[in-house]
Design a protein around this ligand. Structure first.
Ligand code: ADP
Ligand code: MG
Length: 729
């Protein structure tokens, strides 16, 4: 792009005003779920009998009976057509991070020369997308490409534009999961069963435990004219070059600042659309970095919350265009300022309340709280490397470990109150425990003031922090599918609880009272989980040393972190909880390595192009101008004087040459490194080669490009600069 074009897009961006969004006439509570076939709609469009059956399917996990599928489909069709819908699609979550859809019209021949709208139960229940066109890690080869998608009735169908969207699972012909939803649903089932069995020690009436997820989505907005002028943003979602802006986030003036008018209209727009689609949006604010924002709904059941997050991300991207923005969900679009995460607030609850909530009313309640807290921590401790793998990607790797996001080591912050409570339980007088029966509770677990827990002890540096009535898994990437982290966490907690119950029951069988047995095992585990608890500063270098001593996973290379999925203890955990088989885990890792390689490969290619086709020509031209000037000075003045006058220009000419030769030589080297890596057969080894030999060159070369940006005439610089990308809105 010629420099004058850069000024043109900057000008265009500066002049773009807010796009006013009209407020709906109704209140949010009235239009909430307008385009969702929720229970209200089911009640209206289904017979009483079918409605009752559907409630049983949704609430109690009863099987979705094919016998009612036709009637449900008919009800959905009527509702959809009333809303102007003409098409339907199965909407699923292949292992690409995004969602997939293929639209089909309702219309069919009526065999009288006309058409009719048709939508049969079998279309709702099942479709056969070509599985070989989606990442499958070798599970499906192209000649046996059949895959199945099937409606997940716990996630309601909804309407976008003229299309009925049907959330589905996606499996291969041979039954392996090809998506995130299948293992997620299995993990949620496992944690329900395991947690219910443990809750029953405290409250025998409980029959179901639900896993909750409240995500907080961070994102950047960039004016679309500026975006279009940055091929790196367009191709990779992040800037591969760009010198720091003089002002960035150092004034702390953006976080919770007043929301710019253009952005406010955008936020209003996405919120209205989200609410209509049943996403319970609640919070919006500016984030730490310039042009960075956050959106958070109220927490929901995890499977639904995951679907809603996927849907929200697509709404955010789509609606941004209407407002002249591009919405960046990449974890690290800009160097030197904060990246974006997606905090996953996680808890377990029963119909009587949240299990991680410490009401402090009775000792039994507190013991239940301690049990679930400790067993969650045990899961996190036993699988800390795996949990890190569950949030790792080529893009999130940029964010973790930097001084702005959780470190690349999983640990848990508990805060003073809970830490002291656990210490109290651990150190209490043994005698108190040895007394049979209820007396175990004379241990007198202190009650915990709710307010204290809620509002104190915020530790922003912890990747897995206790925040009052939930754990907040903060290492999740902004563009990731939350399901990856959530299926791993829930499965690991299920395993810990299954194991806990086995040990408690063994003591009970030996004649211990339930309470004494629970307390004994809890005390055992409090001692065991100590290494995972870290209340200090996660950004400090001392922590890295300390964490290594504690035996926590400190690996930073993404391709090697993925190995955690194939460790024996991970395979055991996933197989014991019936979430995934070894075969599925292996296939998924192939995809992870392959995706990693491709992302770095694309970055490296576009970066090389930018260096050689955009930066070097412009810089050379500018350098020639300086050389020209020096020559002219030489013509006017005599030797020594000419030299004195041209001193600075000569210095810059030389600097430019140095940077240029570094760039040209190393782009060459990078291409060679790619060629070598591309020849490697094994996806794992190839990804490691890309990590070790290609990715570092991107950073090294960038340093020189960014230096050039500070020397070369601003009028000549071809790419929008950070100060333009980040401060124009
Ligand atoms: P903060 O930025 O202070 O961490 P937010 O209000 O932005 O908090 O987001 C907190 C998220 O946690 C919201 O989605 C909220 O609904 C969710 N949340 C609150 N309590 C629970 C809980 N018990 N389990 C899961 N999520 C929860
Ligand atoms: Mg939070």
């Amino acid at each position: 792009m010629a420099a004058n074009l850069r000024f043109k897009v900057v000008d265009e961006a500066f002049k773009r005003g807010p796009v006013t969004v009209e407020l709906p006439k109704q209140r949010p509570s009235e239009y909430f779920g307008k385009y969702v076939f929720n229970k209200q709609k089911m009640f209206k469009y289904l017979s009483a009998k079918v409605y009752k059956k559907m409630c049983d399917v949704i609430d109690n996990g009863a099987p979705f009976d094919r016998a009612i599928a036709d009637q449900v489909a008919e009800g959905i069709k009527t509702w959809a057509i009333e809303n102007g819908v003409t098409h339907y699609t199965h909407w699923f979550q292949p292992l690409t991070e995004g969602t997939a859809e293929k639209h089909d019209g309702f219309v069919e021949h009526d065999w009288k020369g006309g058409m009719v709208e048709e939508f049969e139960g079998k279309l709702l229940v099942q479709q056969e997308p070509d599985a070989s066109s989606f990442p499958n890690g070798g599970i499906r080869s192209t000649f046996e490409a059949r895959g199945y998608s099937a409606w997940d009735p716990t996630s309601p169908v909804f309407i976008i534009g003229d299309t009925l969207m049907i959330p589905t699972i996606f499996i291969s012909y041979t039954g392996e999961a090809l998506d995130y939803k299948v293992p997620l649903k299995k993990a949620l089932y496992a944690v329900d069963k395991a947690a219910t069995a443990v809750v029953q020690y405290f409250n025998p009436e409980v029959t179901k435990v639900v896993s909750n997820l409240g995500w907080e989505q961070e994102y950047f907005l960039v004016d679309e004219a500026l975006y279009a002028a940055r091929p790196d943003l367009v191709m990779t979602g992040r800037t591969l070059m760009g010198h720091d802006s003089a002002k960035n986030q150092q004034m702390d003036d953006h976080y919770f600042g007043s929301i710019p008018a253009r952005v406010e209209e955008y936020m209003r727009d996405i919120e209205i659309q989200a609410l209509e689609l049943g996403i319970p949006c609640k919070t919006r604010h500016n984030e730490v970095a310039p042009n960075q924002f956050e959106l958070a709904p109220i927490f929901e059941e995890t499977n639904l919350a995951v679907d809603h997050n996927m849907l929200m991300m697509s709404i955010m991207k789509r609606v941004a265009r209407k407002h002249g923005f591009r919405c960046l969900l990449h974890e690290k679009p800009f160097k030197g300022i904060n990246g974006s995460g997606k905090h996953n607030n996680w808890s377990l609850s029963t119909d009587t309340g949240i299990l991680l909530h410490a009401p402090g009313k009775t000792a039994l309640d507190n013991l239940r709280f301690v049990t679930f807290t400790v067993e969650t921590l045990k899961a996190v401790y036993d699988h800390n490397g795996l949990l890190k793998a569950s949030i790792m990607s080529a893009t999130n790797a940029h964010r973790l470990g930097a001084n702005e996001a959780p470190p690349a080591i999983i640990s848990s912050f508990l805060g003073k109150t809970v830490t002291e409570l656990l210490e109290h339980v651990e150190k209490a007088d043994e005698d108190a425990l040895n007394v049979a029966g209820k007396t175990a509770f004379q241990l007198d677990l202190p009650s915990i003031p709710e307010l204290l827990i809620d509002n104190t002890d915020r530790n922003r540096t912890s990747p897995f922090a206790f925040t009052g009535n939930r754990f907040e898994f903060r290492a999740v990437g902004s563009e990731a599918n939350c399901a990856s982290a959530m299926l791993t966490l829930n499965a690991a907690v299920a395993e810990a609880l299954i194991d806990f119950k086995e040990r408690v029951d063994a003591l009970i069988a030996k004649g211990e009272s339930t309470e004494a047995a629970v307390l004994k095992i809890v005390r055992e585990d409090i001692k065991y989980i100590k290494p995972i608890i870290f209340n200090g500063n996660g950004y400090g270098d001392e922590w890295k040393v300390e964490a290594a001593k504690r035996g926590l996973d400190c690996e930073t290379s993404a391709p090697i972190i993925f190995d955690n999925y194939l460790k024996q203890e991970s395979i055991n955990m996933f197989e014991k909880t019936k979430v995934m088989t070894k075969f599925e885990l292996e296939a998924r890792n192939e995809i992870k390595w392959e995706t990693y390689t491709k992302k770095i490969q694309i970055e490296s290619r576009i970066f090389g192009d930018l260096c050689l086709n955009h930066i070097i020509p412009v810089v050379t031209k500018y350098q020639s101008m300086l050389i020209d000037n020096v020559h002219k000075v030489m013509g006017i003045f005599s030797g020594e004087k000419a030299h004195a006058i041209s001193k600075e220009n000569l210095y810059i000419i030389e600097k430019i040459s140095d940077h240029e030769s570094f760039i040209i030589e190393n782009v060459e080297k990078m291409v060679e490194a790619r060629k070598v890596a591309n020849k490697i057969e094994s996806e794992r080894e190839k990804a490691i080669a890309y990590h070790d030999t290609v990715a570092p060159l991107l950073e090294e070369i960038r340093y020189h490009v960014d230096k050039l940006e500070t020397i070369v005439d601003d009028e000549a610089w071809p790419l929008p600069k950070y100060r333009e990308l980040l401060f124009i809105r």
